[in-house]
Write a protein that binds this ligand. Structure first.
Ligand SMILES: [Zn+2]
Length: 202
């Protein structure tokens, strides 16, 4: 069955609602028969670019099983060439029509970046600096505004997601072409650790 953006979004929304309600579907791997079927190939209906945070496991919060989601997780849900390549792979191999960049409340990577901007520690490793720098670029305009720490954190999470959406949309010629042909959509969303709810951005 061909996946479409609308049906993919619906499945994610409904799955998240089941997670919030505690009415998750059970026994979704269909035992040995299901595994044999899956070994023949995959057809994930959505790509999730999410944060590595242990509290935001994509399959669980969307109540999906093996074979349903193509998941890329990296601290701070940032976009680097590896993430772009992973998206290209999934879209070209499986025709997956939807990418959701999923940020979340209380994101440690965003908080670490805000702390680093305010009080540079100079102690971070060059590898960690790559992540912090990506997030920092997304927050540039925010840092000039005066705001309470909580409000700043909320706005920073959203700005970081939207920056990743933009970077993915223009990440490569292949992706730009797929988007202009209407075959791929990249949207942002935010998971609330407190409520379990995923809010999709407009
Ligand atoms: Zn995070």
């Amino acid at each position: 069955m061909m996946n479409s953006k609308v049906s993919s979004l619906e499945r994610l929304t409904q799955g998240n609602q089941r997670f919030v309600d505690g009415s998750q579907l059970l026994c979704r791997d269909n035992g040995q028969e299901g595994r044999m079927e899956m070994a023949a190939g995959q057809n994930p209906f959505a790509i999730i670019l999410g944060c590595s945070d242990s509290r935001v496991p994509a399959e669980i919060i969307f109540d999906q099983g093996p074979g349903d989601l193509f998941v890329i997780r990296v601290a701070g849900n940032i976009v680097t060439p590896s993430q772009i390549g992973s998206v290209e792979f999934a879209v070209m191999q499986f025709g997956t029509p939807l990418v959701v960049v999923l940020g979340h409340s209380n994101c440690g990577a965003v908080q670490a970046t805000l702390d680093e901007v305010r009080r540079p520690s100079g102690l971070q490793s060059p590898n960690l600096a790559v992540i912090i720098d990506r997030v920092r670029n997304a927050l540039d305009q925010l840092m000039e505004q005066q705001m309470e720490p909580e409000a700043l954190m909320q706005k920073a999470v959203k700005a970081n997601v939207l920056a990743s959406v933009k970077q993915l949309q223009h990440g490569s010629e292949i992706i730009e072409q797929l988007i202009s042909d209407g075959l791929l959509h990249v949207i942002g969303a935010e998971y609330s650790i407190e409520t379990g709810k995923v809010e999709f951005y407009g």
